[in-house]
Write a protein that binds this ligand. Sequence first.
Ligand code: UD1
Length: 321
Amino acid sequence: MKRALVTGGAGFIGSHLANSLILKGYEVIVLDNESTGFKENVPVNAQYIKGDVLNLQDLSGAFAGPVDLVLHIAGQASTIRSFRDPHDDLKTNVIGTLNVLKKCLEKRVPRFLFASSMTCYGHPAQIPIPEDEQSRPISYYGITKHAAERYVLSTALRNDLDFDFHATAFRMFNVYGERQSLQNPYQGVMAIFISNVFNNEPITIHSDGEQSRDFIYIEDVVDAWISAIDNPRTYGEVFNLGTGKGVSINQLVDKILLSDGKGRSNYPVRYSHERPGDQRHMRADVSKAKELFDWSPRISLEEGMGRTIRWARDQWQKHKT
Ligand code: UD1
């Protein structure tokens, strides 16, 4: 049985990946410091280590047995926090990644998949954004994600390794779905707005709401990662994971309100200042993933949002009772 280590496997994206690996027959080890993740998200069949990628002892525990595959998702994922505490962002995203890479080299792990981000692109010159667009991040978070991505891919290019180390990076656009935190104000805008509506709190739109995002449902993201694992055409490559469709934040608000039978005439929606490092229009060109490993997103925004809202309502009701 192949053994896979998922860092950040108690979080939103990592726990879905860990689940899927178990279903595919992998033995899964999850390492997570629970800074934003929850132990309850970790699949029951996984070996769980509560620990930090910045702690070498914790990492040694995670790499104690043979490891065939590492999915490195653990990271500081908030743009706002990266400005508030740049050192922490740098440590977690860059040093943390270097630590995991170091262990992979020591243990001769042959396969590495990395959670990168569309924040690498900053203000792109072209929309939809192809992977060969220049990376010029405008947030500190984008800088550390880009740096970590380069560390991963450059490690795979090293000619002084005496074993094959194959890496792939996914520049994920705005991932949403079940288990995205409804409590964390620093995590994805869709979960924030859904939770606002359930709690009957005003919605705050930063800037004029005309900025747009490419929202991709978690199941499509998991599908991409899992199908890339054994596909040599993905080795050494960077892939956008998005839908190719853009939705403005204003449109998103209207859709979420409508799903609850509300509208702006009977629900408070406020406008506030633009946040630092905020990107304007983000939409992925996903033709490379289609061409190299035949991946395309399948779940429409309506379907994915419907599922997310149903899940969120369940959570909210459980929480209330
Ligand atoms: C998000 C992720 C980032 C990830 C990237 C790519 C978060 C916090 N950021 O960046 O980790 O790498 O996608 O997948 O999850 N907004 C409002 N009101 C709010 C909250 C947000 O108007 O209450 C606006 C923001 O200003 C922004 C847009 O909504 O323009 C999207 O914000 P957000 O979901 O926080 O993330 P991104 O910056 O797109």
